[in-house]
Ligand binder design. Structure first.
Ligand SMILES: Nc1ncnc2c1ncn2[C@@H]1O[C@H](COP(=O)(O)OP(=O)(O)OP(=O)(O)O)[C@@H](O)[C@H]1O
Ligand SMILES: [Mg+2]
Length: 613
């Protein structure tokens, strides 16, 4: 996915290019439009306060200058001007408005910050939920999306906040330049030239990295990875038993050393360059200040004017510095914002029909017709000219070695992917024509990698079909079918027991118990088509047989597809499909397949049976 490469930007040296400037402006418009739509009044007030914050300091120092001049006049002549109280009052009012503007803009800035966090975090989560599995499984996509989840919204918040401060500094530059130009235009020029090296330093070393957490993502990911080996008991047990504790400790230590070394080098150059740039800009300011002092000596400026002008010079210098360093940071954050919007604009790979065919609750016939399939961007043919018809109510088992293509078949049935060639038909209708959520209502699928829900036991089963509103009677029945009831019933809180050791009251389950709980979800969901992709690998053989029996004894119209490596269960299926190299090699009942001497099924069955004799 070429467009995702931008996500790696943060790892690379950020180079300026015009395209990124254009996206920066686009990003600004897009974010402001969202804020504007929700908070018009706040947006306007924020604008006014920001303008007040940039404008008032000038008014304040100008009035301040006037007050000083009036005081000097008073010392000289011993008469206080009648306008003195007026200016004093004015001075106090400006201070008051300035303080109010500051507090107000802080508050509104905070509101915007929180608004953006909520809005965009929810948008990202929504998008992740909406996008199809093919997109999620696509190269880099998950990594890209998680990286955005990790830091994209935070960068967007800063980006949004900072644009107002960029504006504030721009207004300050304009006003200060206007004031100083009144004396001599080239004074502004001197200050700008004096500030340039400082700006260069700020832009080059602007974003100080404080810890490994905000280091380059590659370094951070490695660090998190190694650290995770020390964080769970399972991981710790393994590395202790394998004697690799020191190995990974040293890796982390090396990571710190490399990282800190690079940082210190960067900070040292920044310090040395800073000594020069700061002195340079200070000299420029001093020159301008001296010019003004001479103007006072020559009687062309009053002391009041001088204080006003010196304040304006400092203002201009500060605003120049801020403006450019903010722009630099804005440019960097904009790259993240661009990525964030890229995620939000991501179109699904599989095109689901909005008003597709809706099928009724009668169990449909499923046909895999001449299916050939390769995963996107790969060359390996996973399924080759595959044909299989599953009649309503059939109990089918699929067997085959690891990587044979069994799970892939299930993914095609869920339309996570479309076949490269051929079609999947549901009651004669191409799967592509179906309304996808209606189709999912027909399916109960338990995959090899199911979720261990850290919820109450009844919720962990009830999420199998939230439409049933956590019906406790049905939950209990489902748990009985999957044999989870036996261990749940022994707990003090029974179905109200919290699961997961991350909670104080939470119970941790054995892997087999987790699987039984996952199976209970399937029984609870109880759709016309039930697919179990090796969900019973950690369940004892007896339970697996019982569960499968219960599945096969479900009402006749229910289709069951079981993928399992355990032939003692598989043998009870109506029909068994043997997949090898992506092809359907053998198909029939246990007895029929055992007839084929030297057949795949026959040999595998004998091999397993051998182990028990
Ligand atoms: N998302 C993917 N992208 C690319 N190739 C994949 C992907 N998932 C699986 N494959 C490849 O497709 C082939 C079939 O995988 P599949 O998961 O269907 O096997 P399986 O029969 O379910 O194996 P197992 O018994 O180990 O579960 C494998 O060679 C695998 O490497
Ligand atoms: Mg599999």
């Amino acid at each position: 996915m070429e467009e995702l490469e931008n996500a790696e930007m943060q790892d690379k040296k950020v180079k300026f290019n015009f395209e990124n400037i254009k996206s920066l402006i686009r990003n600004s418009f897009r974010i402001n439009k969202i804020i504007w739509k929700q908070h018009k009044a706040l947006f306007v007030i924020f604008g006014i306060t920001i303008f007040a914050l940039s404008f008032l300091p000038f008014l304040r120092s100008s009035v301040n200058g006037k007050v000083i001049d009036l005081l000097i006049n008073f010392i000289k002549t011993n008469t206080l001007s009648t306008v003195f109280p007026l200016f004093l009052a004015f001075y106090l009012i400006i201070d008051l408005i300035y303080a109010i503007s500051g507090t107000t803009s802080d508050y509104i800035g905070y509101l915007f910050y929180k608004f953006l966090e909520e809005t965009f975090s929810l948008l990202v989560i929504k998008k992740k939920g909406e996008l199809d599995i093919a997109t999620h499984e696509g190269s880099n996509f998950n990594d890209f999306a998680n990286k955005i989840d990790e830091s994209g919204v935070w960068h967007l918040q800063n980006f949004s906040d900072r644009q107002f401060y960029i504006l504030e500094n721009l207004v300050r530059i304009i006003i200060a330049s206007f004031v100083i130009i009144q004396i001599k235009w080239w004074l502004v020029f001197i200050i700008l030239v004096g500030t340039l090296p400082e700006i260069y330093k700020e832009v080059k070393y602007g974003q100080r990295v404080w810890s490994i957490w905000d280091s380059k993502s590659e370094v951070r990911r490695k660090y998190l990875q190694y650290k995770s080996y020390f964080s769970t008991v399972t991981n710790l047990s393994e590395i202790k038993l394998f004697g690799s504790v020191k190995h990974f400790y040293d890796k982390i230590s090396d990571l710190f050393n490399n990282f800190q070394g690079e940082l210190k080098k960067g900070e040292k150059s920044k310090y040395i360059i800073g000594l020069f740039t700061d002195s340079f800009s200070q000299i420029a300011i001093s020159l301008v200040s001296i010019y003004f002092i001479f103007e006072v000596i020559h009687g062309k400026l009053t002391i009041g004017n001088l204080t006003f002008l010196l304040a304006s010079v400092n203002n201009l210098h500060g605003a120049f510095g801020n403006f450019f360093s903010f722009l630099g940071k804005q440019y960097q954050d904009s790259l993240f914002v661009t990525d964030l919007f890229k995620l939000l604009d991501q179109e699904p790979t599989v095109d689901y029909k909005k008003d597709g065919v809706v099928i009724n609750d009668k169990t449909p016939k499923i046909e895999f017709k001449n299916i050939t399939f390769k995963y996107p961007n790969t060359d390996k043919i996973v399924l080759k000219n595959f044909n299989l018809t599953i009649n309503p109510g059939e109990k089918i088992a699929i067997v085959g070695i690891n990587g044979a293509g069994k799970t892939t078949l299930v993914k095609l049935l869920c339309r996570f992917y479309d076949p490269t060639e051929g079609e999947v038909l549901v009651d004669g209708v191409n799967l592509k024509e179906l309304e996808i959520n209606n189709w999912y209502n027909q399916l109960s699928i338990l995959s090899q990698e199911y979720i261990k829900y850290y919820l109450l036991a009844k919720e962990a089963i009830g999420v199998g079909d939230v439409k049933k509103l956590f019906n406790e009677k049905l939950i209990k029945e489902a748990a009985k079918s999957s044999e989870a009831h036996a261990f749940i019933d022994e707990w003090e809180h029974k179905y109200d027991q919290m699961l997961g050791k991350i909670y104080k009251e939470g119970k941790e389950l054995s892997i087999g118990q987790w699987q039984k709980l996952a199976l209970a979800r399937i029984f609870y969901r109880s759709s016309p088509i039930m697919v179990l992709d090796e969900p019973t690998s950690s369940i004892d053989a007896e339970t697996e047989k019982n569960v499968f029996e219960r599945l096969t004894n479900l009402p006749d119209d229910r289709t069951v597809i079981l993928i399992s490596h355990r032939f003692s269960t598989v043998r009870y299926a109506d029909k068994i499909c043997v997949i090898s190299d992506g092809e359907l090699k053998e198909y029939g009942s246990h007895e029929e397949l055992m007839e084929i001497k030297d057949g795949l099924y026959h040999n595998l069955f004998e091999l397993q049976a051998e182990g028990y004799r």
